[in-house]
Ligand binder design. Structure first.
Ligand code: SAH
Ligand code: DHB
Ligand code: MG
Length: 222
C-alpha cells in the first residue's frame, strides 16, 4: 500500500466535498509563477485554520511566516470587518507576492505584511503595543520556533490560541541524535513547552497532501 498516495487521495476527496471552490487557488498559481516553494499549508489545513479562527471569534491575528500569503488569506477570511492580521516575512520577494495575492483575494485592507526577521518584528510589535492578539499561527524557520512562541506569549491575550506548523516532520521529531537544525528546533520547542507554565499545549498529528506532519496547539493561561 502506498500510504502517501492514499493520504493525498483522501485529501482530494475532502477538498472535493468540503473545501471545493472556497480555496484561494489563484494565490497558489501566482506563487508557482513567481518561483516560490510549494510549502504552504494544504487546502484542508487552510480551511482548518479558518474554522479555528472563526470559531474562536478572533479579531486580531498574528502570523509568523507569510510566504505567498496562502494561509494568510484563509486566516484573514475568518476576521470580522474591523479585524486585523499582521503577518511577518523575512524575504522581500515573498512579501511582495503575498501583498498582491492578498489584494487579489480581497483581504488586503485587513492585512499588514511586515518584512524583516520575525524576532525583530515581534519585538517591535511588543514595543508598539500592537495587539493583543487572539490567535497566532507560527510557520516560519523551524530553528526559532521556541523563541517565536516565547515572543508570541508577550503579544497575545490570556486565552489566545497559538498554533505551530510542522512539528512532527514524518516522525523525525523522535530522532534525539538528529543534527538537522529543523528537528533540533522542533525538539527545543517541545522542551520549552513542557516547562512553560503560561501555556497549556498538545500536538495533533496530521496526514494528507503534505504527508505526515502535525500542529501544536497551545492556549495562553489567564
Ligand atoms: N504560512 C505559509 C507558509 C510559510 S513558509 C503558508 O502556509 O502559506 C515559511 C516562510 O517563512 C517563508 O516564506 C520564509 O521566507 C519565511 N521565513 C524564514 N525565516 C524567517 C524569519 N527569520 N523571519 C520571518 N520569516 C521567515
Ligand atoms: C517547510 C516549511 C513549512 O512551513 C512547511 O509547511 C513545509 C516545509 C520547509 O522549510 O521546508
Ligand atoms: Mg508550514
Amino acid at each position: 500500500m502506498d500510504t502517501d498516495k492514499n493520504w493525498a487521495a483522501v485529501d482530494d476527496y475532502i477538498v472535493d466535498r468540503l473545501v471545493g471552490g472556497d480555496q484561494p487557488q489563484a494565490a497558489l498559481e501566482a506563487n508557482a509563477a513567481a518561483g516560490l516553494p510549494a510549502i504552504d499549508v494544504s487546502p484542508v489545513q487552510g480551511k482548518f485554520l479558518y474554522l479555528l479562527a472563526k470559531s474562536t471569534a478572533a479579531r486580531r491575528i498574528l502570523e509568523v511566516g507569510t510566504l505567498g500569503g496562502y494561509s494568510t488569506i484563509w486566516l484573514a477570511r475568518a476576521l470580522p470587518a474591523d479585524g486585523r492580521l499582521v503577518t511577518l516575512e523575512i524575504d522581500p520577494h515573498h512579501a511582495e507576492v503575498a501583498r498582491r495575492n492578498l489584494e487579489e483575494a480581497g483581504v488586503g485592507d485587513r492585512v499588514e505584511v511586515r518584512v524583516g526577521p520575525a524576532l525583530d518584528s515581534l519585538a517591535a510589535l511588543a514595543k508598539e503595543r500592537i495587539g493583543p492578539f487572539d490567535f497566532v499561527f507560527i510557520d516560519a524557520d523551524k530553528e526559532h520556533n521556541a523563541d517565536y512562541v516565547d515572543a508570541a506569549i508577550d503579544v497575545a491575550r490570556p486565552g489566545a490560541l497559538i498554533l505551530v506548523d510542522n512539528v512532527v516532520r514524518e516522525g523525525g521529531v523522535l530522532d534525539d541524535r538528529s543534527t538537522d537544525s529543523k528537528i533540533l528546533g522542533t525538539r527545543r520547542l517541545y522542551d520549552t513547552l513542557a516547562n512553560e507554565p503560561r501555556l497549556e499545549a498538545t500536538a495533533i498529528q496530521t496526514v494528507g497532501a503534505k504527508k505526515w506532519d502535525g500542529f501544536i496547539l497551545a492556549v495562553v493561561q489567564p
